[in-house]
Design a protein around this ligand. Structure first.
Ligand code: NI
Ligand code: MN
Length: 228
């Protein structure tokens, strides 16, 4: 079983009992977070892009836990330059095997500067994670794109983690369309309600994705779902 814990905003912990993989560890300063960054204790950190609400606690947490930061080449290089010992800089369309499973980077239509700095962070990405015989797609921050059809065709997605908050990313309607393209078995909405501009109603999303044959799991920050 793969245990998924929603930690608020776009931050998830994937835990198969052997490895702890944290995606976009924005805990400090995250109004939705219910834990502290010290409690993350990741073996691997996946970073979708450099914006502060995703980069978050990456540098401190990676150093403290000797965790490997996996991202695009530019962000991995940035983290290495800031003193993170273990990094893996992949890029879009590429993938690799890791002790927890495997990973492939997908496109995401968005920006990627570094935290508060207006420095180039490479192209933003999404992730296809294979872990504990499950396939999880974390879209990162993105607008709707047609190639989601291709992603859904290439991978039999068990769980799609999709932004629904609008303003910076897909809204509820576009995310529901994404589910039509991706054909995941299940989906968890993310990147909503953390801040005022991205208020959204996950129940409307849940209703809409039903017609595309997907089950929506709405998680409150701090809550987990066991993917069997
Ligand atoms: Ni962003
Ligand atoms: Mn964001």
């Amino acid at each position: 079983m793969l245990n998924l814990t929603f930690l608020g905003h776009s931050c998830f912990l994937l835990d198969d009992g052997n490895y702890r993989v944290v995606i976009d560890p924005f805990i400090t300063g995250n109004p939705a977070a219910k834990i502290t960054a010290d409690e993350l204790k990741p073996d691997f950190i996946l970073l979708s892009h450099g914006h502060g609400d995703h980069l978050g606690d990456t540098l401190e947490v990676a150093k403290k836990n000797s965790a490997t930061v996996i991202s695009n080449f530019e962000l991995a290089t940035y983290c290495a330059g800031k003193g993170v010992e273990k990094t893996a800089g992949l890029h879009i369309g590429g993938g690799a095997d890791f002790p927890f499973g495997s990973l492939k980077l997908t496109i995401a239509h968005h920006g990627s500067t570094l935290g508060g700095e207006l420095a180039y962070g490479g192209n933003p990405v999404g992730f296809i994670v294979r872990m504990a015989d499950k396939v999880v797609y974390h879209a990162g921050d993105t607008g709707l794109f047609m190639d989601m059809k291709l992603i859904g065709e290439l991978d039999n997605i068990d769980m799609a983690l999709l932004p629904i908050g609008g303003y910076f990313t897909m809204d509820v309607d576009d995310a529901a369309k994404a589910v039509e393209f991706l054909k995941p078995k299940k989906t968890i909405p993310m990147h909503y309600d953390t801040f005022d501009p991205i208020k959204a109603d996950p129940k409307i999303y849940a209703e809409k994705v039903k017609s595309h044959g997907a089950e929506c799991v709405i998680l409150q920050p701090g809550h987990s779902y066991g993917l069997e």
